[in-house]
Structures are given as C-alpha cells and as structure tokens.
Design a protein around this ligand. Structure first.
Ligand SMILES: Cc1cc2nc3c(=O)[nH]c(=O)nc-3n(C[C@H](O)[C@H](O)[C@H](O)COP(=O)(O)OP(=O)(O)OC[C@H]3O[C@@H](n4cnc5c(N)ncnc54)[C@H](O)[C@@H]3O)c2cc1C
Length: 503
C-alpha cells in the first residue's frame, strides 16, 4: 500500500469509495473480488472512527431471537462464520455468561429454550471453520458453576447461569488493515488523509469527486462515474452536500465502552443487569487481561468527531457496575480509555439502535446518476452489506465473484504485541516489523502506527512510554517528534485517560 496521490489523479476508477471504516474497506474488498478498480478515500486514517471503538465482538444472533428476527439472526451467524474462517489467528471464540436470578426473561428455563433454539438455527456455524475456532453449544449451568467461572458474582438469589459462544475480534484494527491490504493487492488504491469535499457531475451523471490532501492542503480531482458515500455517521452530511438530506440514512446516538485498568473479572464475557428498576444489561468482557465494559447508549442530536459521554453518564455507569458486582470498587481513576462512537437509531432522540443497513441510490430520488449512500449497524455484517452494495451498483454487469483469501500469520507479524510490551526488553526484531509497516502500510503519523497498524496503542500507558523509541524509526526531526508524541498524548486525554494513570 503506497500513498501515491499523483498516480491516483491520472486514473479513471470503476468506483470511488468515500470512507475507510469497516464498511468502506469491505466495499473495497468485495469490489476487488469482482476484479473492479477502486479508489478508497479516507479523511483521517483507515478505521480510526467508529470502527476503532467497537467492543470487538462478532455477534451471532442470540439477541435477535428475542424479537424473532430470524433473517438478521442468519445473516449474523453467517458473517461471524466468515470472520472465524478467514482470520483464524485474529478472531477467536469467546464464551459469554449471564448469571440468572429468575427475573423477567432471565430464567433458567427460558434461557435453556433460547440457547437450544440458538444452536439449532445455527447448526452450520462451524462448517469449514478451523477446529480451534469452532463454537460449542450453549448450556445452562448451576449457581455453583457460575461462582467458579465468575468468583465475584453477586450470589444473592443466584439461580444459575446461561452460557453461549460468540466470536471475538480483539485487534479489529489489524483485521481491517488486512482486508484493506488484500483489496489493495487486487485493484484498490486506498488513500488516507484525503477528505472528499464534493462530487463532480455532468448532465446529472457523476464524473468524480473533489478532495483535499490533508497533509498538503492541495485540492485534487479524482475520476469515476460511480461514487459510494460510506462515511458512517458523516454519511448524512455528505448526502446533503452532494444532493439532499435523507433523514433515514442516519439518526444519531452515542455508544461507548470503557477500558479499566483492573484485571478482567472472568475469562468469560459477562452479561450483567444491575439490580434496580428498568436497568439495562451491560457486557463486561475480558480484553488483553483487562476489564472492557459497556455498551452505554445515549441520545445525540448531531454528529461530532469525538462524541464523549458526559461526566454524569460516566459516573452513573461506574455506579451501576459497583452496584452489580460486590466489592468491585471501581472509580474513574481506573479508566484507561473510553471507546466512543456514533451509531444509527430507529427514531431521533432515542437510544434504540437501528436494525438494518440503509442503501440509497440517489438517482432513484431525482439525484445524480452513479451516486450511492450507505449506513450500517454492526461491523459483524459489514462484508455482507458491502456485497449487497456492489451488487446494487453494478448489477448484472458485474464479473463473477472470486474469493480473495488472507495470509495467516503468527500474531507478532500482524503487529500484535503484549499489552505491557516494553521495547527495551524485546530483542526479537520489533524494529523490522514496525519499519516494514511504516514503509508498506501508508503510515503517515505516529498514531497510525501505534494505534492502527499494531496493538501497541491498546495500552495507552505503554503507547506513551514507548513512543520516543518508536519515533526513532521515522525520519523526523526533533520538532516533528515532539509534535507526534504530544498529539498521541492528546488523543488519549481526550478519550478519558485518567490523570492518575498517566502520571
Ligand atoms: C461503542 C461501540 C461498540 C460497538 N461494538 C460492536 C461490536 O462489538 N460488534 C459489532 O459488530 N459492531 C459494533 N459496533 C458497531 C460498529 O463499530 C460499526 O457498525 C462500524 O464500525 C461502522 O463502520 P463504518 O465504516 O460505517 O463507519 P466508520 O468507522 O465511522 O467509518 C466512516 C469513515 O468515513 C470517514 N469520512 C467521513 N467523512 C469523510 C470525507 N468527507 N471524506 C473521506 N472520508 C470521510 C471517517 O473518517 C471514517 O473513518 C460498535 C460501535 C460502537 C460505537
């Protein structure tokens, strides 16, 4: 992958993709599988927005059984299988435990029936998945067994527990990059730090886009008669700029999780409902040995670059966790990072998430021919939605699909290091791995390398401490080095890194 803007300016593409989150990257991949030539333009770094902030679960459909949405259930199971099959070293099974207190639907008998239905409807879930990634059947276990798995569980009136298995994509940023690299080896030109400002049309037909190289401020035109606006939370603003507002494309809400600097409470992910009226369930998952918890959903009026939750909201989330788990004693000083993003909801001013993707062909609404806009709801189903988008845009003119496979490598070669990695103690050639990424993966800034080409940024403390050693791999002078390190610190501060931990 090279950030070669000059060559891109001269080419004519089958499709220009705006946005390099999971959805844009999957469209690039699906287009590559059809032999199409695409240009992907991302105004920041690839995968830096919503896609960086997920809880990193590839969901099957257990929760969709509640509403008997079998279509969505099957889609999710199929896409979870796609990740477990294609990224055997980057997607792993994760067991989930819900302690049961015989409240509402959370009863042994009801959960037993739901888990059985889940297993029956997903009978094919392990077909062609490597055996180490097979997902076992769910089960209901005794209260005693729950205590073994989750020692700090609230035991008052505990009746048992429900266990099911899902997929975990712990380093989703690396998976996104692997998919983008595969696309780029097969016809996609991805360019980061290029912001699209407008589309170019002639007689109501799209001819390309006008964009700005954010590193030089140069305005550039790129050519294609097909453009897809896959900018997630920003898709509605762009649709409005290019043609008109589509309210249904994206109604905003905040969703966020917090990573705490305490050991994970169990090797299972835990579905916990605080013991109070109208409480919503939280998911407390182990991640890199630490407690990663959420997801909190809140109303939001308008799109924002860093949609941080209010102090009140953070405090009440921590209070809920302390209420649910005896002796947890969690405080804000434990926060390593808040992972926050914007998700689409069904109705403005609520926190009820949308259930389906929206794909708009603007020409069907008196807009320019060749312009499409899209919003999706889960990274789990982003590949399937991308396939639908490519089919909708190119219809019967499309080439037959050729599967593009991904190289399977040891974790370290992907750029995955220990959570507490220390460059001084690592004598195993870490410099070569990072240098190769700097040269071949469009690394422009320190953050790109630390947060999204490797796992070093998963731990803010490690990232900050190791950044001077890492900066030596770049050809930066003292001033640039200082700027890059301060920018990284600023990134974490803006996302909740506790002062107590930073010191
Ligand atoms: C807290 C949270 C937890 C979640 N947990 C899960 C989970 O466990 N499992 C799951 O499956 N899903 C989860 N999701 C949902 C999932 O993360 C999203 O559905 C997915 O990442 C959306 O991807 P996207 O490509 O649409 O958006 P984004 O990742 O936001 O990508 C859009 C991109 O467009 C770029 N862009 C915007 N304007 C322009 C422009 N003018 N020019 C060029 N580029 C532009 C942006 O910079 C951005 O990178 C979670 C989401 C959140 C917020």
């Amino acid at each position: 992958m090279k950030r070669d803007i000059n060559t891109a300016k001269k080419n004519n593409y089958d499709l220009i993709i705006i946005g390099g989150g999971f959805y844009g990257v999957m469209i690039a991949y699906e287009s590559a599988c059809r032999g199409l030539k695409t240009l992907l333009l991302e105004r920041n770094d690839f995968g830096a927005a919503t896609s960086f902030n997920s809880l990193r679960i590839v969901h099957g459909g257990l929760r969709y059984l509640q509403t008997l949405d079998i279509h969505r259930f099957k889609e999710s199971v199929g896409e979870r299988k796609w990740f477990l099959e294609n990224f055997p070293n980057l997607t792993k099974p994760i067991s989930c435990l819900m302690p049961l207190y015989n409240k509402g639907l959370q009863r042994n008998s009801i959960m037993w029936a739901a888990l059985n239905l889940n297993d029956i409807l997903s009978l094919n879930r392990n077909k062609s998945v490597p055996s180490q990634n097979s997902l076992l059947n769910g089960k209901v276990i005794s209260a005693e067994k729950v205590k073994e798995i989750f020692p700090s569980v609230d035991t008052k009136e505990l009746k048992g527990g429900a266990i099911w298995n899902d997929g975990s994509i712990d380093d989703s940023q690396i998976v996104l990059l692997e998919i983008l690299k595969a696309a780029s080896e097969n016809g996609c030109t991805p360019l980061n730090y290029v912001e699209v400002k407008n589309i170019i049309t002639e007689q109501n037909q799209v001819k390309g886009v006008v964009a700005v190289d954010k590193e030089t401020n140069e305005e550039i035109e790129f050519k294609s008669s097909m453009v897809v606006n896959s900018t997630g939370p920003w898709s509605r603003n762009l649709a409005k700029e290019f043609h008109k507002d589509f309210k249904d494309l994206f109604k905003y809400s905040i969703a966020w999780n917090a990573l705490f600097d305490i050991d994970a409470l169990s090797d299972h992910a835990l579905a916990i409902t605080p013991p109070k009226d109208n409480a919503k369930a939280y998911f407390l998952r182990p991640w890199k040995g630490k407690l990663f918890a959420g997801t909190v959903h809140e109303e939001l009026e308008n799109v924002k670059d860093i949609p941080m939750p209010s102090d009140n909201s953070i405090n009440s989330f921590i209070a809920d966790l302390n209420l649910s788990i005896p002796n947890l004693n969690l405080s804000r000083d434990h926060i390593l990072k808040i992972f926050t993003g914007i998700l689409p909801v069904k109705k403005e001013g609520t926190d009820q998430l949308a259930v389906r993707e929206v794909i708009i062909d603007h020409s069907e609404h008196d807009g320019p021919k060749g312009l499409y806009s899209l919003s999706g709801v889960k990274l789990t189903t982003s590949r399937l939605v991308a396939e639908k988008v490519v089919n909708k845009i190119f219809g019967k003119k499309i080439n037959e699909k050729r599967e593009i496979k991904f190289p399977v490598k040891p974790e370290r070669e992907y750029g995955i290091f220990d959570f507490n990695w220390d460059s001084n103690k690592d004598t195993n050639g870490w410099q070569d791995i990072l240098k190769s990424k700097i040269e071949n993966e469009e690394v422009v800034h320190l953050q790109d390398l630390i947060l999204r080409r490797t796992s070093i940024g998963n731990n803010p403390i490690t990232a900050i401490n190791q950044s001077p050693a890492i900066c030596k791999l770049f050809n930066w002078d003292e001033e640039q080095t200082k700027y890059e390190i301060n920018d990284l610190k600023d990134y974490y501060r803006k996302r909740g890194l506790s002062k107590a931990l930073e010191n």
